[in-house]
Design a binder for this molecule. Structure first.
Ligand SMILES: Cc1ncc(COP(=O)(O)O)c(C=O)c1O
Length: 379
């Protein structure tokens, strides 16, 4: 079986973990946490990193830190993980959706303005599968309507966006909004097993995120609370792995880009398969290699994934739209709304093995088998 992903833990992970055990520093008070926060913030190009226990928690802490609360609306794409919606709902805010831009599966920025109301507080830009959202339109709307911008940078460690609006320069994903949230889940470019981080240049936002992750303890009065927070802390053990992974991030990015570009080259000649193009404004890091089947081929993503599984190829489905989630619809959300491009991507899209341990021979094998299955051949 060629797995869809495998973490690569061949650096100092073991050494730093043993250091935690030898010194007894295993909780969030240990020194690796600050080291990881500083290191990842500096890699991203922001002044503050607030490490938390996962990416979902990072989204919630970031929204809270940006002042999103009861009755506010947050505009986000329909094509994303449920974490984006749950982070809002837990704060009493309402997710409001736009459809995707069909080529890259990132949010269609041209649909945002029509969704802005007096209650809109923030736009959540979710970068997808290693490719950035076209941010310039979001920057303009943020200025015009005074909205906060939160980037979901879980899938784009190291990716870049060329902004005409911000002086014609390349900006790192995760450093473009008022805050961003990322994930270090085991399938992310660098991992801590489970983990996440809030990133920002704003000291006040960072402080609010720190407070939220730590039960909103008040610095001047221990065990006295005026706001509800959570225990979202990251342990020193997780951060130890993070520090070791960070040392390898440049190497990992080279591997990801090599794999992604090689897939695109090999798929160029194959009928009925569309892959994500890299837009002129983007430096993609090819977090996961997504493809979409031409409906004319008469096969859905689900059918194709089943066939590939039988032939030893691991895959994962694309996101099912937020508008199509019973748990959200039961709450009266998105009634009567349609997001056809998201539905199409869900029906025909899936991603292929994209892990850091993938070799060129494995990619060749994946592409050959996908091609055979598209043509209805059996080897
Ligand atoms: C775009 C996006 N946002 C947020 C998350 C949530 O991160 P976590 O799984 O660490 O909670 C994920 C998935 O892991 C994701 O892909």
């Amino acid at each position: 079986m060629i797995p869809v992903n495998e973490p690569l833990l061949d650096g100092n992970e073991k050494k730093y973990l043993l250091e935690c055990i030898d010194t007894g520093w295993i909780s969030s008070e240990g020194p690796f946490v600050k080291q990881f926060e500083g290191g990842f913030a500096s890699f991203t190009g922001v002044s503050h990193g607030v490490a938390v226990c996962n990416g979902t928690a990072a989204l919630e802490a970031a929204l809270y830190a940006l002042g999103v609360g009861e009755g506010d609306e947050v505009i986000m794409p329909s094509f994303t993980i449920i974490s984006c919606a749950t982070a809002c709902l837990r704060l009493g805010a309402k997710p409001v959706l736009v459809d995707i831009e069909p080529e890259t599966w990132t949010m269609d920025v041209s649909q945002i303005e029509s969704k802005i109301t007096p209650k809109t507080k923030a736009i959540m830009a979710v970068h997808i599968y290693g490719h950035p959202v076209d941010m310039d339109g979001i920057f303009r709307l943020s200025e015009k309507y005074g909205l906060k911008v939160l980037e979901d940078a879980a899938e784009v460690h190291g990716a870049e966006y060329f902004s005409r609006e911000k002086g014609g320069r390349w900006l790192k994903c995760g450093a473009m909004g008022h805050a961003s949230a990322t994930s270090f889940y085991a399938n992310k470019i660098i991992t801590t097993g489970e983990g996440g981080m809030v990133l920002t240049n704003d000291e006040e936002v960072a402080e609010r995120a720190r407070s939220y992750r730590n039960l909103c303890f008040r610095a001047e009065k221990r065990f006295y609370h005026t706001e509800l927070g959570y225990n979202f802390r990251m342990t020193n053990l997780q951060a130890a792995v993070g520090v070791a992974q960070l040392e390898q991030l440049d190497r990992f990015l080279k591997i990801k880009v090599t794999i992604g570009e090689y897939y695109s080259k090999m798929f160029s000649g194959i009928e009925g398969i569309r892959f994500m193009p890299v837009k002129e404004f983007a430096r993609s890091v090819y977090w996961m290699y997504g493809v979409e089947l031409d409906p004319a081929a008469g096969v859905t993503a689900e059918e194709m994934m089943n066939r590939l599984k039988q032939r030893g190829i691991g895959t994962r489905p694309f996101f099912r739209g937020l508008h199509d989630q019973p748990v959200l619809r039961e709450r009266g959300l998105f009634a009567g709304q349609e997001y056809p491009r998201t539905d199409f991507a869900y029906r025909y899209g899936f991603y292929l093995p994209s892990g850091l341990t993938l070799t060129e021979e494995m990619v060749d094998r994946v592409v050959t088998i996908v091609g055979e299955e598209m043509r209805g051949e059996k080897s």
